[in-house]
Design a protein around this ligand. Structure first.
Ligand SMILES: *Cc1c(COP(=O)(O)O)cnc(C)c1O
Length: 493
């Protein structure tokens, strides 16, 4: 039997098992690991209608993880999707007028990152044991706001792992920052970078792919890995909820089994939407995937022109987890467009690194059937928050609002029900929500949360209320070029 293996998008590293791809996080040649083919799920769509979320996750993920035993994967899922989610089936499909919202923010950190980052720690420690790794694993992660917290929550106090999180000092919301600097766990370390997310992500990637650095770490008894969506172990759990959104739409009677749907996805690093693309390739009837961006609209331009150009002003917006100009996971899609030509991908990525831009020789025509691309500016985002509240009494967060705004712009055609991927709880961004609703936000973040609760008639989620009063445990700051030193200092090497 041909066992599924993982190849690097840059074609110069060996194919590896799923366990190895997860432990390494990124291929030695600097590329990203991709499966050498897209397998079919272990259940039919019809069977999926009756599965629990964990069972569904097993049916979707297991074909990608041939070297994990049934028991091992079930154990990972059992551990991940526990009672720290405030809903028994982890995700909720919430219908509002002509569209549905796939709420993915019911986990411990109130962002969709929990869907994957609650699974990844067990996947990684299981994979490390399988591949005979004896060193301590050091997770290096750059965050645009939500990944860092969700990763630390997942990895806190996991034996044999340390996690270092770099976040842009002034580029996350006050609530996101508060969540990170109060993080518990003796194996968690948080460092503010005096720069933006792209600076943080670049520094981390450079440390990762430097062979001398790897050597130095090995000597000290450490190996690096990543909890960012460059890690294939992050992407696989994200494929699952596209199937879930679909089966829920069938179970709610919004569509019939086999009907196509459209997903609108608030996009930053292109991980979430890429998982949707994989779901489609696994056979899920997806008509279109809408790539929704905020004012940092480099992807919108890319899908319209075939030119990726990050040489533009960087804006700090009300949807900070999408304030990204270099979307790492796009490399995996580019690999497909080039006909899996690693050398070609390498050229594009070199051009991106050297000049900040590249133009696809292959063109984007083939992609335009599947991907629509739009962006919403700050005003449109606020108007969309206001629209859904006034019309349906439903409060959405700014990231979700970007996707909703873009979805409403693409003619909602009756043949294809639109599901908006809802990535964060509005309680992470109370100030923006109150402003959008025309209320004057109180200065204090806790007061904002209280007012939001009263206006929306929803209870304050526990992960927010319990932040109040937690001590600040992390205060480290480094310069844009100081990440490497910060890593050495933290690990004492
Ligand atoms: C990370 C994040 C996104 C963007 O997801 P990508 O996988 O980076 O494209 C959107 N919304 C929220 C709330 C996020 O945390």
């Amino acid at each position: 039997m041909d066992e599924l293996m993982y190849r690097s998008t840059r074609g110069r590293s060996e194919a590896v098992s799923s366990a190895k791809a997860i432990v390494e996080g990124i291929a030695p040649d600097g590329g990203l690991y991709v499966p050498d083919h897209i397998p079919a799920p272990f259940a039919s769509l019809e069977e999926m209608l009756h599965l629990s979320y964990k069972e569904l996750a097993y049916a979707v993920m297991k074909p990608f993880l041939p070297d994990f035993t049934q028991e091992e994967l079930q154990d990972c899922l059992q551990y991940a999707y526990n009672d720290r989610f405030d809903t028994p089936e982890q995700v909720v499909l919430n219908e509002q007028g002509p569209v549905s919202f796939l709420e993915l923010f019911h986990g411990p950190t109130l962002a969709f990152k929990d869907m994957a980052l609650s699974v990844l720690p067990r996947l990684m420690t299981t994979a490390a044991a399988k591949t005979g790794i004896r060193q301590e694993i050091v997770i290096l992660t750059a965050t645009s706001g939500d990944t860092g917290k969700a990763a630390m929550e997942g990895f806190a106090n996991v034996p044999g792992v340390r996690i270092l999180v770099f976040y842009p000092k002034d580029g996350v919301s006050p609530m996101q920052k508060r969540q990170m600097v109060t993080q518990r766990g003796d194996n968690t370390f948080v460092i503010a970078v005096d720069g933006n997310f792209d600076d943080a992500q670049r520094s981390v990637k450079e440390i990762f792919t430097d062979p001398a650095e790897k050597e130095r770490m090995l000597e000290a008894g450490y190996v690096f890995s990543s909890a960012n969506s460059i890690n294939i172990g992050r992407l696989l759990p994200q494929i699952v909820y596209y199937f879930r959104g679909y089966t829920e739409a069938v179970n709610h009677g919004r569509i019939r089994l086999g009907d196509p749907v459209t997903f609108s996805v608030p996009t930053g690093n292109f991980g979430d939407i890429l998982a949707g693309h994989y779901a489609k390739r696994m056979g899920l009837p997806i008509d279109r995937l809408l790539c929704a961006s905020n004012r940092n609209n480099v992807l919108t331009d890319f899908f319209h022109t075939g030119r990726y150009d990050s040489n533009r002003e960087f804006y700090v917006t009300s949807s900070p987890s999408m304030d990204i100009l270099v979307s790492s996971n796009l490399e995996r899609l580019i690999y497909e467009i080039t006909g899996e030509n690693g050398a070609r991908v390498e050229q594009y990525m070199k051009s991106l690194k050297d000049t900040g831009a590249y133009t696809l020789a292959e063109g984007v025509g083939a992609l335009q059937n599947e991907f629509g691309a739009f962006y919403a500016d700050e005003k449109e985002t606020q108007e969309t928050i206001s629209y859904f509240f006034r019309k349906y009494g439903y409060v959405i967060d700014p990231h979700t609002a970007v996707a909703a705004s873009c979805a409403l712009r693409e003619d909602l055609n009756p043949h294809s029900h639109t599901i908006i991927v809802s990535t964060a709880s509005p309680y992470k961004f109370p100030k923006t929500i109150l402003e959008s609703l025309g209320a004057t936000p109180p200065i204090d973040a806790w007061d904002q949360v209280q007012v939001l609760s009263i206006i929306s008639g929803t209870p304050v989620p526990t992960p927010v209320s319990e932040l109040n009063g937690l001590p600040v445990r992390h205060t480290a700051v480094c310069s844009v070029d100081g990440a490497r030193e910060a890593v050495h200092e933290t690990l004492g090497v």
